[in-house]
Design a binder for this molecule. Structure first.
Ligand code: HEC
Length: 389
């Protein structure tokens, strides 16, 4: 996550590019012009506009943003020429001038190699059930090369031409999810066309639901490994979806609370409810009924327990609390038995936006208030639209 003052417009630019390409694909699909692959419309071109490179090369991002402004002005001049007869010549003359004056970015930075699945995303979203499913598939198919911890040191790794990458680093977050899907199903090559196979494809053995589950599992595994090694989540990780029951109401997905802050409390002791958060007690299916009676909302799920233990990087989840922000990103962890919260518990940080601290009108009186104020002032950036996560 970047923290320059440019962060806001860059986030906007990347979101815009992603949205525009996705809409283009939807229009093609609606017109019957897009083929389908792995159950979703396929990107028909070999290249796409790259969000990930723009994040790294700010100069090119700036050029691209200005070029878009110039092109928009050129389009406007064309429209004016069409509808406004007398000054038509001047408007028409302006069009090539604008296009020549635009600071066009370098194509090799702005355009990257696409796969047909580049703009696809998991039809189920990031869920506890798919993380649990991914775990089994990973152990059967991937662990020999990638290793149980995803660091790329499985027993077969040393015999390969290319060392498998560290899945707990930023790699998974830099790639579009759809490109990861494509690589799992179709393998990777040393060179895009005809190079030696560096990882075999699994299309004959796994279907796309399996591959999405593997992607969810690898992200959860990577988050847990980062937390163990660094004590933080340098790459943002979402709160996986799970089914929650509140009193006598019908069960509902946790994701339906998007827009509110959510606290997950794992285990038996239920802390007091707090109006600033939706609190959900997470229990394993074998838990006694008395435990569940203590909480307004309960998620009773072995898969969710397993998924959150993985993300929290611990074998003992009981007593751990996790807080997700309004956008559904996991931001803070509370250790078992810890008395209160403080803003140091924020373990997924984006750097403070300039002046954000002073935007908080009255300093919050308690630790949880301080944590929430900081979490809200520092939203997770550069993850919208499938470019980075
Ligand atoms: C035979 C060993 C082997 C097996 C089995 C294997 N991988 Fe890989 N994997 C590799 C190697 C080597 C690379 C690096 C390829 C490269 O950079 O060209 C890689 C790369 C990857 C990447 C990163 C791709 C990218 O975009 O850079 C992902 C994700 C991945 N593997 C997932 C999986 C999953 C999921 C499985 C199980 C279904 C799996 N791998 C099974 C060897 C393996």
């Amino acid at each position: 996550m970047n923290s320059t003052p440019e962060a806001d417009w860059l986030n906007l630019l990347i979101g815009l590019l992603q949205g525009a390409q996705l809409q283009l694909l939807r229009v093609l699909d609606a017109l019957g012009l897009a083929q389908h692959v792995h159950g979703q419309p396929a990107w028909p071109w070999a290249r796409r506009l790259s969000g990930e490179n723009l994040l790294i090369d700010l100069g090119q991002a700036r050029s691209l943003a200005w070029t878009l402004v110039f092109v928009a002005m050129a389009v406007l001049a064309l429209l004016l020429a069409l509808f406004w007869r007398r000054p038509r010549f001047y408007f028409l003359a302006l069009v090539p001038m604008l296009l020549i004056a635009a600071p066009w970015p370098e194509a090799h930075v702005v355009l990257v190699r696409a796969t047909p699945a580049s703009f696809q995303s998991s039809p189920t979203g990031f869920t506890a059930a798919s993380i649990a499913r991914g775990r089994g598939l990973y152990e059967q198919n991937c662990v020999a090369c990638h290793g149980a911890d995803g660091k790329g040191e499985g027993p077969l790794a040393a015999s390969l031409a290319v060392w498998p990458p560290n899945l707990s680093g930023p790699l998974l977050w830099r790639r579009a999810d759809g490109d990861l899907l494509w690589r799992i199903l179709h393998g990777t090559r040393a060179a895009p066309q005809g190079g030696n196979i560096t990882m075999p494809g699994f299309a004959g053995k796994l279907d796309e639901a399996d591959a999405w589950a593997l992607i969810d599992y690898m992200k959860a595994l990577g988050a847990g490994q980062s937390l163990r090694a660094l004590g933080s989540w340098p790459q943002p990780i979402g709160l996986p979806d799970m089914v929650v029951r509140c009193g006598a109401q019908p069960p509902r997905p946790l994701a339906s609370w998007r827009g509110q802050r959510v606290r997950i409390v794992a285990g038996d002791a239920m802390p007091t409810e707090d109006p600033r958060l939706m609190t959900v007690l997470l229990v394993q299916p074998s838990s006694p009924a008395s435990t569940m009676a203590a909480a307004d909302c309960v998620a009773e799920s072995a898969a969710a327990w397993e998924a959150l233990a993985l993300i929290a990087g611990t074998d003992r989840l009981a007593g751990v609390q996790l807080i997700a922000d309004r956008d559904g990103w996991l931001r803070a962890r509370g250790e078992p038995g810890k008395a209160g919260w403080s803003d140091d518990d924020l373990i997924c940080r984006s750097e403070r936006a300039t002046g954000a601290a002073s935007d908080v009108a009255a300093p919050p009186a308690d630790g949880l208030g301080a944590l929430i104020a900081r979490m809200d002032a520092e939203p997770v950036r550069f993850v919208k639209g499938g470019f980075i996560h």
